[in-house]
Design a protein around this ligand. Sequence first.
Ligand code: WT7
Length: 658
Amino acid sequence: MESALSNLLHEDRRFNPPPELAASANVTEAAYAQAEQDRLRFWEEQARRLSWSQPWHTTLIWKPPFAQWFVGGKLNVAYNCVDRHVEAGYGDHIAIHWEGEPGDTRSLSYAQLQQEVSKAAHALTSLGVHPGDRVMIYLPMIPEAAISMLACARIGAVHSVVFGGFSAQSLRSRANDAGAAVLITADGGFRRGSAHALKAIADEAVEGTGIETILVVRRTGQDVFWRAGRDIWWHDLVDAQSAEHAWQAFDAEHPLFILYTSGTTAEPKGILHTSGGYLTQVSYTHHAVFDHKADTDVYWCAADVGWITGHSYIVYGPLSNRVTQVMYEGAPDTPHQGRFWELIDKYRVSILYTAPTVIRTFMRWGEQLPAQYELSSLRVLGSVGEPINPEAWMWYREHVGRGRCPVVDTWWQTETGAIMISPLPGVSSTKPGSAQRALPGISADVVDETGNSVSYGEGGYLALTEPWPAMLRGIWGDAQRYQDTYWSRYAEQGYYFAGDGAKKDEDGDLWLLGRVDDVMNVSGHRISTTEVESALASHPAVAEAAVVGAHDCLTGQGIVGFVILRGEHDCGAAQVLLTQLRRHVTDQIGAIAKPRQLMVVPELPKTRSGKIMRRLLRDVADRRELGDVTALAEGGVMEMIRASVSVDSVAPSIPEPR
Ligand code: WT7
């Protein structure tokens, strides 16, 4: 059978778990077999990690594509993340070491967190928020972000966090879609040394929405517009409330949050998550994938609460496991490029979870920066958000983990709610760039167009073949889109279509290849942009690379690469270097992957969450007018790229015979 994707990249390096870690790992090899034997029983066991007010009577009701988990069970999510730890005698245990960008700090114990969440819960109730009502949250990375989310959970309200980098229009359309009446924001937040306004954006956003109240945290002290009767300071309302709050239990399927994410259309999708199944899986995966030990570990997930990573691996998963965690407000290069390493040293961080784009940025800044810091507290390193190229993986392992720490590449999505595919740090022999295998209790496969499982060594589409506890329960207000987007492609099999390309290697391990929309077709060969990017980035002169498939009248698509060179390589020598790079890709992957064109650029266009906007690069490659640039994090980057494409190298496109 012909493989759906060319199987091109070869990676032979393997790293076994450190013996001490393996010996005391939270989860061992046996978990896979146990889950295999009885998947539902396995998840029932994990659900018992939580405290339930009423046990469930049915573990799963699955009427594709609608799932209900732990039916009949009742629990309170905030109680599980906060109060029960206080009751167990850990009131003084630090939950959050918060570090503001300017260097101000706050540490919150579980007892303090319980008081803050209780007060905020009373405050929301006093504003007329009832169970099931939606509350918008538009905050910087300050403790009030987590407190607000937990306060909503405590009273059964549904939060919808919007990342602080989104515009007024994005916030407005989300508030409208969610039908929210309350918005929690701040005067502003600190980013790259300055105070950026949030309240001003919120003021603009709420016009024409159903938002009646804006609760405002004072963070920066900057001037804000104030509308009496609508705007209330957090310190006036919340601080005046009682610090004792009697929680009530909600159904396992009670909605917990809506989080908007981009799809293929202009309208973002409101991904809906519920309570019992979601908390079960984020709790279990945080325990298993990071080997988290509450008494000794210090954990840091360097994401923003505005993304699913912040929901699942800053707030719900870690706090359910009585984490001590670092929460950082600002940018990695403020006030200096060693800030992350300084924080790791200061708090003795033992588990770090960040994104490949951040790791590659650190690579550009140079290994001398992490080298100046101790970092000996680190023991597990995680990656999430995009495929991690073996070069970045190895750099992370060597220069951050000093060769001692397992690197876990975790694949999941806003929709999956929790980690689905990842090595286990005490079990897996890791391979640089591979997310390896579905976690215990999770069923994933790589399938072809028709939904048939591909053989070992072949590529195709990633499908999730059984429902999982943290799965999305739908798209808010649009059941049809839910069905169409995720479940129509493999309707016959009842599989979830993830939208990612993947490869199953000779051992059956999975390699994620990026969104299938980013898969190129060159002379009939399907080649992932990720594979070519990875090959380019493995050259010592390259700091970062992005690849797109441009139109080509001869070969269908031609591969066009945009590369950022490392500091010491200047553009003067670029022509020679680009010829070398093209040969390098040919050496790494094969002649069919040889880029048609390579361009040296100073920056790559990225969204605020750090994803490369290949669509814009395709416009440049095809020499078209630029499409919609509103999602760009830095507005001027496309002009910089356009201005620099004079330094490029074009090879004649010669179709390779199949
Ligand atoms: C998409 C989901 C999961 C939280 C952050 C992103 C890509 C995510 C990996 C990984 C390769 C990855 C996929 C996925 N992705 N993690 N470890 N390896 N690709 O959440 O914004 O919902 O994006 O991110 O393409 O479909 P998201």
